[in-house]
Every structure is written in structure tokens, then in C-alpha cells.
Design a protein around this ligand. Sequence first.
Ligand code: TYM
Length: 351
Amino acid sequence: MKKRLFSGMQPTGALHLGNWVGALQNWIGLLDQYDCIFCIVDYHAITIPYDVAGMERRIIDAASDYIAAGLDPARATIFVQSDVPQHTELAWVFDSVTPLGQLMRMTQFKAKTAQFADMEEEDEQVAGEEERSEFLEKAGKVNAGLFTYPVLQAADILLYKGEAVPVGEDQVQHVELTRDIARRFNNRYGEVFPECRPLLSPTPRLMGLDAVNKMSKSIGNHIPMQTPPEEIIRRVTREAVSDYRRQRRQDPGVPEECNVHAWHKVFSTPAEVEWSAQGCRSAGIGCFECKKKVAENIAGQLAPYREKRAEIAARPDYVRDVLAEGAKRCREIAAATMEEVRTKLGLTRGR
Ligand code: TYM
């Protein structure tokens, strides 16, 4: 029997190049090796402010992106988290075996708190009374869901007894926490959950247009997969930050420290990577040329996705059917796991 693989993405907006090379491409490469379940984690997405009216659209968009990028529904189960109520049920059980201290160490929680409280931690320390109350007011926007978010993620994976979890680098800490939660549950109540491990893609961290932060929807330094080719070329040539040393065309640069060169390593042929490195070091090519080449490659590699995406858009019921079927299978697996969990917890009265 194949081992179970579980992964997911938030429907927070159009999927971008980071999601594509950091997760999706990896998922597609693992389709035949594992029993694959892919989730659109809408309950995770409500932990930050969002547009309620557009949620349904974003869920369908995310599912369409999964399929158009190559996740074949005949070889993988695709479903929406909120269609399977046991995710939140198991999360509550896991809350009761998770130390607060461990959740406080989660980097994503710290980053999101800083982002959504609109202030850095240091600011709080030096703040006077007025700044402090301003901080507290802003921190009030950070909800408990953002804090227990990784526990829900552990429930997502373990509800299906997932063993392989392909994610980008930013999610590795959450997968490690999942392993700890499984161990703690098993030790206290008896063996139910397997050990899981993260599977990193060859590009576990793609930097954004700004070259300083990982590509991210919430930072806005991203290129959505749906961007038309001309727009990709326009945005990359205008907005991508290259080596600061190359102020003028004749200034030589250090390709190893340039994000545009890093993108070449992901999207270009070995010969083009060499061309970019040599040209940068010798000032033989300009940054514009270098950016244009990588942008053309990105646009070209997205062509099959774009074509499939247009096909899917013309069949709206198709995606809904895939999700309904996925939810049906997942509810069955989830019900069986929760039955086991409740028995271990001693919550069997009435059955
Ligand atoms: P999310 O929605 O932020 O991202 C989805 C996937 O894309 C990867 N990723 C990147 N990889 C490389 N470079 C980047 N710039 C980049 N940006 C995003 C992420 O690492 C991730 O693999 N908490 C998760 C969703 C989740 C989940 C799960 C994942 C909920 N439950 C269970 C796995 C298993 C998240 O916010 O991913």
C-alpha cells in the first residue's frame, strides 16, 4: 500500500510563482509515489482579515490552479477543508496536548503578529505609554486563531494519517510541530498517529520581486501564475530588484548575490544560467536583458498551465464536482480517525 501524502494551500488570492515552484511542482512529481490528498485550507485563511464575498471565488480559483498546474484529479484527492468538519474537531483535541510555549516559538505566528499588529516587537519594548496603548489596540486585531493555526495544520495532516508533507521552507517548523503533537498524543493515549516528515522542493524558498522577502501574497512582491506573458515581462523588467552594484550598464555585478540570477537558476537552462553569471560579472549584459530573459522563460513555462486554466474556466461544474468527490472520500477517512481518537480519549459513552 502506498504511503499517504497530505498538503494544502490557503485560498488567500491567486497562487503565485512561489507556490508553484515551492509546492505545486513538487506535489505533481509525487503523484504516483504516494496516496495524495491536497486541501484548500479555507479555515486557515480566515485568521487574517479577508474579503468575505470573494472567498467562494478564491476557493474555486485555488482548486482550478491546482488542476491546471497538473494535479490530475484522477490521481489525487482534492478537497476543501471546511467540507470536512473533523478538522476543527481534531484541532481541539490537539490543543489539549500542545504546550503554549511551543506555539509562541512559531516563526510564522511572530511574523504575522508583527504584520497585522502593524508594529515590530522592538517597538513595543521602547514604547512609552501612548505607543504601548496603540500597540495593544493593534495587537487586539491578532486573534487566537492565528496563534493556534499550527495546531489546526497538525489536525489537517494527522486526520488522514499523512506521512509525507511536501511544503516550502516556511512550513517546515509547522510540520515538525505536527510530529511532536502526534508523539505527545500517542504517548498519552496510545498509538494512533504516524510520524510525518516535510518534503522540500528543489526551490523551497523563492524570493519576491523586492529580492529581500520570500515571494508572498501578503507582502505583495509576488507574480500570480495567472499573469499574462506580456505583463510578466513588463513587471519583471521594471520591478525585479537586481544587484545594487550595477548602477550603470558598465558596472560589473556579483551574480551569486543577485535575485534575478537566482531566478535564472530556477527557470532557465544551464547555458542561460551561465550566460547570466558571466554577463553580470563582466558587465557584458545589462540587468534589463538579464531580467527579460528570465521573464520570457517564466512566461513560456506557464503556457501549458494557462491553456488548461482557460479550459477549466469554461467548465465551472467540473471543479465543483472534483471538490465534492474529494470531500466525500475525506469525510470517510476523517470519521474513521475520529472514531479511533474518541475511543482513545475515553469518550465513548452512548455508542
Ligand atoms: P501557504 O498557503 O502560505 O503556501 C502554500 C505552499 O506554498 C509554499 N510557498 C513557497 N515556497 C517557496 N517559496 C515561496 N516564496 C513560497 N511561498 C509559499 C508554502 O511553503 C506552502 O507549501 N500553513 C500552510 C497551509 C497548510 C498546510 C496544511 C500545508 C495548512 N494546513 C497541512 C501542509 C499541510 C500555508 O500557509 O501555506
